[in-house]
Design a protein around this ligand. Structure first.
Ligand SMILES: [Fe+2]
Ligand SMILES: [Fe+2]
Length: 450
């Protein structure tokens, strides 16, 4: 074979390869050929999640319109990056969008890292994240649930950034792609996920966005619990109950944050009730015991979607989480519970054994994250969903109610934890100060309305 013949044969092979990959025939030679199926696809909507140890690991996630070759993440401390980490790519039924997740480990505590998603023929914008410091004394984290994709959701998300949080805790009901929210048959619009990921990206590309699952994550037709949707778009740390990827926990400084699967405990919306067959509660018990045996942990914060204590007429309180977890919270002095579900703000007095007690757990409904707010209840009695139905009850535990869009910013300062309830413009609804005593536990609580 002459040189010219070898060149012609090589050109044909390249040409055929391009045509197969992209399905488009190009009528010019090999020097101008570009792989048409991959060339113009950007990497978009990046968001962060902590890995198993926030000081040393981070997961960067992003998406592309369709599959790409060689999805990788460049990571480093300067513009030279230096590390190239292969991503895991996940497809999910009902959409052509593909979601990519790169686990970055062996990081140093308290450092800023640059990253850039990339694949054959395209790349995303450069971002950065900060690992948790070895010892964190003072920092802020934010929280809300029930976000959706409204203008209000965008306003609150922007306001979260202004709080400069180390991380954001999401109490579930993320995007409402599945409007029914019951777990039963109903339409799911996967495009809503991409709209939502685009909405949170400006903040979630820099601030780990750590979600618990809500009832709207029980997407009909997406796996036995309906979680295929959320689990294809998030790569959460495998620190939760074995076989229960909707649970996780992490430590940041002297704070431990645990996400529970409220669908496993809800009497009100029982589609996934008891699906973990006790695994979640066993993990919670063991985890709380370990945390309280660790002198470096002062504050324990638990988040799950359904409200243990809320007077809002739409969902009010759910007796399932109360029965399952109140005792564990009491036994291990859980300081703060963050719920969503009712689209409003409500805070309880500290509760122990279901009664107001200075040394108890404060329950906050933070469901004002952007989805349409629920109006205030005018009923003289609230109610609680039990296994056999809704039962009226008085609510002496209710301290503050605010029925409009809102979110939380929690300021940790050693043995003092200040929880601020904020409106979308950043103005304050109220703040509550939790203070550990010299003996560490329990915390005492002081509240100030403003
Ligand atoms: Fe909701
Ligand atoms: Fe909900």
């Amino acid at each position: 074979m002459s040189m010219a013949e070898r060149h012609a044969a090589l050109s044909r092979r390249r040409f055929l390869g391009g045509a197969l990959a992209g399905g488009v025939a190009l009528a010019f030679g090999p020097t101008l050929w570009r792989q048409p199926g991959y060339a113009a696809v950007p990497a978009r909507a990046p968001h962060l999640q902590y890995g198993t140890d926030p000081r040393r690991s981070m997961v960067v996630s992003w998406s592309t319109d369709g599959p790409v070759e060689r999805a990788v993440l460049d990571v480093g401390t300067d513009r030279g990056f230096g590390r190239v980490i292969a991503a895991e790519s996940r497809a999910v039924r009902g959409t052509g969008t593909v979601y990519h997740h790169a686990v970055v480990d062996r990081l140093e505590p308290g450092r800023v890292y640059r990253y850039r998603p990339r694949h054959r023929g395209g790349q995303g914008a450069e971002g950065h994240f900060r690992t948790a410091p070895q010892h964190a004394e003072r920092f802020t984290f934010t929280a809300f649930g029930d976000q959706g994709t409204s203008a209000g959701a965008a306003a609150i998300t922007a306001q979260v950034a202004r709080q400069h949080p180390a991380f954001h805790v999401h109490a579930g009901d993320l995007c409402y792609a599945y409007s029914a929210g019951t777990g039963e048959a109903g339409p799911v619009n996967p495009a809503t996920w991409d709209t939502w990921l685009g909405l949170i990206a400006p903040v979630a590309s820099q601030v780990p966005w750590m979600p618990a699952v809500g009832n709207h994550e029980m997407e009909s037709g997406f796996g036995p619990q309906g979680y295929d949707g959320v689990l294809s778009r998030f790569s959460l740390p495998a620190t939760g109950a074995r076989g229960v990827p909707s649970t996780w926990g992490f430590r940041y400084g002297n704070v431990a944050v645990l996400a529970l699967d409220g669908n496993d405990a809800s009497f009100e919306i029982p589609h996934n009730l008891n699906w973990t067959e006790g695994a979640q509660d066993a993990w919670l018990r063991a985890t709380l015991r370990n945390l309280r045996a660790d002198p470096s942990i002062d504050w324990i914060v638990a988040t799950y979607h359904h409200c243990s204590y809320c007077t809002n007429a739409v969902h009010a309180s759910d007796g399932g989480p109360r029965q399952r977890w109140d005792g564990l919270f009491d036994d291990h002095d859980v300081d703060l519970v963050i719920n969503g579900h009712n689209h409003c703000y409500e805070r309880t007095h500290p509760l122990r054994r279901g009664r107001v007690s200075d040394d108890g757990t404060v329950f906050v409904t933070a469901g004002g994250g952007g989805q349409t707010a629920y109006q205030a209840s005018l009923a003289p009695l609230s109610y609680v969903s039990l296994e056999h139905g809704k039962v009226p009850e008085t609510a002496p535990w209710s301290a503050t109610r605010y029925n409009d869009l809102s979110f939380l910013a929690a300021d940790v300062d050693g043995k003092r934890l200040t929880v601020r309830a904020l409106r979308p413009d950043g103005s304050e609804i109220e703040r509550v100060v939790l203070q550990k005593t010299v003996l560490q536990k329990p915390a005492s609580v002081r509240a100030a309305a403003s």
